[in-house]
Design a protein around this ligand. Structure first.
Ligand code: 9D3
Length: 236
């Protein structure tokens, strides 16, 4: 799977792509991560990519032409099934159901905004969908784009290695995780729950299931609301 991030800060994305499960997936050829910098497509020598908002107000707005050219260059990296997603607070909430939908594409172009945002005409003409990562404010689309790449990469066959599977990931079945323990058996007077030392794999599985349900009920009762939620189409 291909990811191309359109960003004024490619070094952020490059560093992210070198480590952990995403880094290993890249090394194995499972995913390809590239960046395109709108500054390289500016219309002037200075590399201007932003300008003041029509109508007035604080901050700057990312200009149409550098973005449109950058998106075209990003699209040109593949002939496969491509989706252009703009990371923005106005977008559809990014969640696990959407991860699976997006993983069906060959190429995701992730448009990361800075400043107050991007010219609306880019959203109307060049963007297929808008994604938000939650109801809080961050400084730009780069961290949200990394989050999207990370979440999707984890679901690709082979990304997690043989011992683990995406099916075991929390949220794959809509429940929170159970507690985890490792050596020593007692630390500062705190012991590991005895069932985990019992060798009774049936009892351990039952205990973990019970812990997952209890924690979900206590911390995220919304996740236990009956039935799977139907998902709207990511495009439009
Ligand atoms: C303080 C500026 N805000 C005025 C009401 C608007 C605003 C502009 C740009 C708020 C955030 C941003 C930058 N955010 C993103 O690019 C972003 C984001 C987010 O802030 N929250 C959740 N998901 C996302 S995806 C991209």
């Amino acid at each position: 799977m291909q990811f191309t991030v359109v960003t004024l800060f490619p070094e952020l994305i490059d560093a992210f792509g070198d480590v952990g499960i995403v880094g290993r997936s890249r090394a194995r050829g499972l995913v390809d991560i590239a960046t395109v910098n709108p500054r390289d497509f500016a219309a002037d020598r200075r590399g201007t990519v932003d300008d003041a908002p029509y109508g007035g107000g604080p901050g700057m707005v990312m200009m149409v032409t550098p973005l449109r050219r950058a998106i075209a260059a990003a699209r040109a990296r593949s002939g496969g099934r491509t989706l252009v997603a703009y990371l923005s607070p106005q977008g559809r909430r990014f969640e696990q159901a959407l991860v699976a939908e997006l993983a069906a594409y060959d190429h995701l172009v992730l448009l990361a905004g800075r400043y107050e945002g991007i010219d609306e005409r880019v959203i109307e003409r060049d963007v297929d969908c808008e994604l938000s990562v939650g109801d809080f404010i961050v400084s730009g689309g780069e961290v949200p784009a990394m989050l999207v790449i990370d979440a999707i990469t984890r679901t690709l066959p082979g990304a997690l290695g043989d011992a683990r599977s995406a099916v075991e990931d929390s949220f794959s079945d809509g429940l929170l995780d159970h507690p985890h323990y490792t050596r020593p058996e007692v630390v500062d007077g705190d012991a590991v729950p005895p069932v985990l030392l019992s060798g009774d794999h049936g009892a351990i599985a039952a205990w973990r299931r019970d812990q997952r349900l209890a924690r979900t009920r206590a911390r995220r009762p919304d996740l236990l609301a009956a039935g799977g939620k139907p998902e709207p189409d990511p495009v439009g």
